[in-house]
Design a protein around this ligand. Structure first.
Ligand code: HEC
Ligand code: HEC
Length: 218
């Protein structure tokens, strides 16, 4: 019961804080054509996989991502608010139509579940507690309140985390954390500073554990 109240409060305060940004999803994009997106995604396949399931843990899977999120991240790479040399180059030449089409294609693909090794099981259990319960001593909101009970995210703003590569998740949380510590060098923008602040409050061990859990979620 208490958790449910916190849940609503977090969502309410977040959508309020988020209204200030003009980049806030949903972006005002042209109508999408998923078939055209499939063609346009061919140049992305070497890293993200033909169907958006990437085989390399350094590259995120895009399959089954909530609709709206991929377009929003591509526009952040385009504007340089999310910094990554490869992706800033890839996004530079994309039109708004491309963003819409690519988003529609990937969000309609199915993500393959992540595998958990025997040694990862303890980390997964610790990560589950953090994901579902948050971290009360530092008032870290439960991840479940935005990313959902199964980690499937909530369109258009809260990304799917279930099944994503563990290494990529860890890297992103560390990047959010570093971006909070030194905003001027910040490599990753977060709407309303939500994820940068949350990651800043997590220890490196907690980041490892919760990433293992999100990777294992089906
Ligand atoms: C040479 C490899 C490579 C290619 C080709 C590539 N990407 Fe990426 N992509 C990456 C890497 C690396 C990241 C992680 C960037 C970071 O750490 O911020 C990424 C991240 C992303 C993200 C962010 C995902 C998330 O969960 O936030 C999206 C969206 C994306 N790429 C879309 C695309 C699209 C669309 C194309 C083709 C037009 C493409 N990428 C081509 C390497 C690549
Ligand atoms: C109040 C809502 C909210 C809460 C709570 C929250 N997140 Fe997020 N998260 C977001 C949003 C929104 C994004 C998209 C990027 C951005 O704008 O920050 C995101 C992005 C992410 C990403 C990047 C995903 C990708 O594909 O690149 C990870 C990883 C993540 N969150 C993990 C967590 C973890 C772990 C927790 C709990 C400790 C958590 N989040 C709690 C809203 C939230």
């Amino acid at each position: 019961m208490i958790k449910q109240v916190a849940f609503v409060a977090v969502l309410a305060s977040f959508s309020f804080a988020g209204n200030a940004s003009h980049l806030e999803p949903p972006l005002d994009l042209p109508a999408a054509d998923a078939e055209a997106g499939k063609q346009k995604a061919k140049v992305c396949a070497s890293c993200h996989g033909a169907d958006g399931n990437s085989a390399n843990p350094a590259y995120p899977s895009l399959a089954g991502q909530v609709s709206g999120y991929i377009a929003a991240q591509l526009s952040l790479f385009k504007s340089g608010q999310r910094k990554n040399d490869i992706m800033m180059g890839m996004a530079a030449g994309l039109s708004e139509q491309d963003l819409a089409d690519l988003d529609a294609y990937y969000s309609n693909q199915e993500i393959k579940p992540g595998l958990v090794t025997e040694e990862e099981k303890d980390a997964v259990l610790r990560g589950e507690r953090l994901y579902r319960g948050g971290y009360a001593p530092l008032q870290v909101a439960p991840c479940i309140s935005c990313h959902g009970p199964q980690g499937h995210g909530v369109p258009v703003r809260y990304p799917r985390v279930a099944g994503q590569h563990r290494k990529y998740l860890e890297d992103q949380l560390l990047t959010f954390k570093a971006s909070y510590e030194t905003p001027e060098a910040g490599a990753r923008f977060s709407y309303g500073d939500i994820m940068t602040r949350i990651a800043f409050l997590l220890s490196d061990q907690q980041i490892k554990d919760v990433s293992a859990y999100m990777h294992a979620m089906k």
